[in-house]
Design a protein around this ligand. Sequence first.
Ligand code: ZN
Length: 333
Amino acid sequence: MTRLFILILSLTFMSCKTNSTQQTLTSPTVYGDLINSQKLKEHLYIIASDSLEGRMTGSIGHEKALDYIENYYQEIGVQGGMPDNSYLQTIPGSYFQRGNDFPDSYNLLGFIKGSEFPNEVVVISAHSDHIGVRDDGEIFNGADDNGSGTVGVMEIARAFKKAEEDGNGPKRSILFLHVTGEEIGLFGSRYYTENPIYPLDNTICDLNIDMIGRIDPDKASNPEYVYLIGSDKISTELHEISEAVNTHYTLLELDYTYNAPDDPNRFYYRSDHYNFAKNGIPIIFYFNGVHEDYHAIGDTPDKIEYDLLEKRAKLVFYTAWEVANKEDRLSID
Ligand SMILES: [Zn+2]
């Protein structure tokens, strides 16, 4: 990290604490602390419940999940991100390449308008779909994949909304983007980037969460970690901000194992951030790695590490906070 960068970052933090001339600005921890394991757990026991039947793209269960998220945003005052302030971007069934009878499905957009640079948009994304029900009727609840990312985004939205209500809203706009169709081919994020509601030219970054509630067996002896993928690929500055906020607030081990260009898992290409990255938009992919219940019926909410989920969601929140509130637009290499 450069000396200049440390200076800029510390100024941003300091101004949040000491500026009292225009409005009472507060440390971001006032809002980050709102993200808590109990709330995340309450949401996740609904999102990953049997009644949502594994949230297969286009299914009734998936639409129930979207109803729950939309109702929550209405309740906390986060408006829809569509041009008429509604929440759903409809994707025609034909787009999913699964035959003529495949139903329409939906991306869900929550939005908080920036106070100084409203046209510049920070995207925080997570896919809301999972893989449904097996032939024998067993349900894939997808609590980690990607109930964990879904509820993380919901709570990050609540924290930003409270900040806005206190007069500390983000300078740049934030789009809370719950994409569909990930499990069947990253379709929702691809559709969004082909039909963006906010121009990609002014899309500052995408912080994408896909599985942040479990522990990789390889990390059992050091569970306070998260794998970060892609953070340094397009914007070195984004990578440096991510590192700095972690040092300042969350103190997780940021593990870059899967960021290696020759990593055989190719995770960089395997979740929704990739549709932003391929358009030159800086991204970070937050991921806990795979485990015995990955894409298995054992991915249930009772096995989620809620304190760790909270901490990882906070890392995303503080990174978004810094990118959204910094004086200068995030630079691209
Ligand atoms: Zn996933």
